[in-house]
Design a protein around this ligand. Structure first.
Ligand SMILES: NC(=O)c1ccc[n+]([C@@H]2O[C@H](COP(=O)([O-])OP(=O)(O)OC[C@H]3O[C@@H](n4cnc5c(N)ncnc54)[C@H](O)[C@@H]3O)[C@@H](O)[C@H]2O)c1
Length: 328
């Protein structure tokens, strides 16, 4: 199949590209190459794929690219993804995550491809003290990033209802694994330890996240593409709920450091304490995550120890490990 992956030079996108190439598909990456992209992420498959530098928020450029490539299936992952940045630059998040997704929907109408969109568990908001969400739950985003993703989901619903386009949505929980940009919790923690700096946590680190190994995400989104129903949304929980503190302690343990070597910083004014979803719907398609948390974390730490330092510029790593810590 000829498949486009938007955001294919980012963390989850590049893992998905590799997964699809290994399945024998012809893959074209559409990516703007923001700070979060990295050509190294695609180096193992470079001779088997094509890459187009496209900004999904630029409708004309996007339409031209689709007209030339004419894919049968599109996995839409391109997005601005860092919650902390979304407080600083909300307009950038609206441009890419909302306008960019509307452009993808317009392209799906015009070129009649199958569109699978990656949303997030964050659209349901904070689930602390509340039951996990099924796909019918009220959307209750609490930060500009999740608000932009929830808005995009509303447009998807509207385009499906109005035009009957062939679209499916997945809502994965927190992904982790190789190639994640060092601004995020797990790589940032690993790089701090590698640089002899204690890991940092805002507040007590009691915030709960559900950690999904990125290879399991790839299997999940492909399952939804192949077996899911048009117009439907599929939550993709991992069943690996761990607090931020537990994640940091796990990394310290794997890297052979004392588990209490942590710098606690004053808490922020607001943090979601828990995201939680039910996954019965995607399980009914035959998918379930395969990677136990400890195993996924060991693989991830090993990858960063072997490849991390040569993957990104030294300045980028240094800048990120000194910036504010995050819980995602
Ligand atoms: N990482 C997670 O834990 C997680 C969890 C749930 C959902 N998601 C969603 O999954 C998707 C992928 O996340 P990720 O962590 O791999 O992101 P990432 O930040 O690692 O990569 C995003 C990619 O999108 C590209 N991009 C950004 N703006 C663009 C634009 N205007 N046009 C074209 N390309 C653009 C970037 O260059 C980058 O390659 C996103 O939609 C995100 O919202 C992520």
């Amino acid at each position: 199949m000829r498949i486009v992956v938007t955001g294919g030079a980012g963390f989850m996108g590049s893992n998905l590209v590799e997964y699809l190439v290994n399945q024998g598909h012809e893959v074209v990456v559409f990516d703007k190459f923001t700070y979060a992209a990295n050509i190294n992420n695609l180096k193992e498959v470079l001779d088997k794929i094509s890459i187009r530098k496209v900004d999904i928020a630029d409708k004309e450029a996007l339409m031209k690219a689709f007209d030339e490539v004419k894919p049968e299936r599109v996995f839409h992952l391109a997005a601005e993804t860092h919650v902390d940045r979304s407080y600083k630059y909300p307009e950038v998040f609206v441009r890419t995550n909302v306008q960019g997704t509307i452009n993808m929907l317009e392209a799906a109408r015009k070129f009649d491809f199958e569109l699978i969109v990656t949303s997030t568990d964050e659209v349901y908001g904070d689930r602390w003290g509340k039951p996990p969400c099924d796909e019918e739950c009220k959307l209750d985003p609490t930060n500009p990033y999740s608000a932009s993703k929830a808005t995009a989901d509303m447009f998807i619903n509207a385009y499906f209802k109005s035009y009957g386009i062939n679209v499916k949505v997945v809502r994965p929980s927190n992904n982790y694994g190789p190639r994640q940009y060092p601004e995020k919790l797990i790589p940032r923690t690993i790089f701090r330890i590698l640089n002899n700096l204690p890991p940092q946590i805002h507040g007590t680190g009691e915030q709960l996240r559900d950690w999904l190994y990125v290879k399991d995400f790839c299997e999940g989104i492909v399952t939804v593409a192949e077996k899911g129903v048009k117009g439907e949304i599929y939550n993709m929980p991992a069943g690996n709920e761990r607090s931020v503190l537990e994640v940091v302690k796990t990394i310290l343990r794997i890297m052979g450091k004392p588990e209490d070597w942590i710098e606690f910083l004053p808490d922020r004014p607001y943090q979601d304490r828990r995201y939680a979803m039910k996954g019965d719907k995607i399980r009914s398609l035959g998918w379930k995550p395969k990677t136990p948390f400890e195993e996924g974390m060991r693989k991830t730490v090993k990858w960063y120890l072997e490849k991390g330092r040569e993957w990104w510029d030294k300045q980028n790593i240094e800048q990120e490990i000194k910036s504010a810590p995050t819980h995602r």
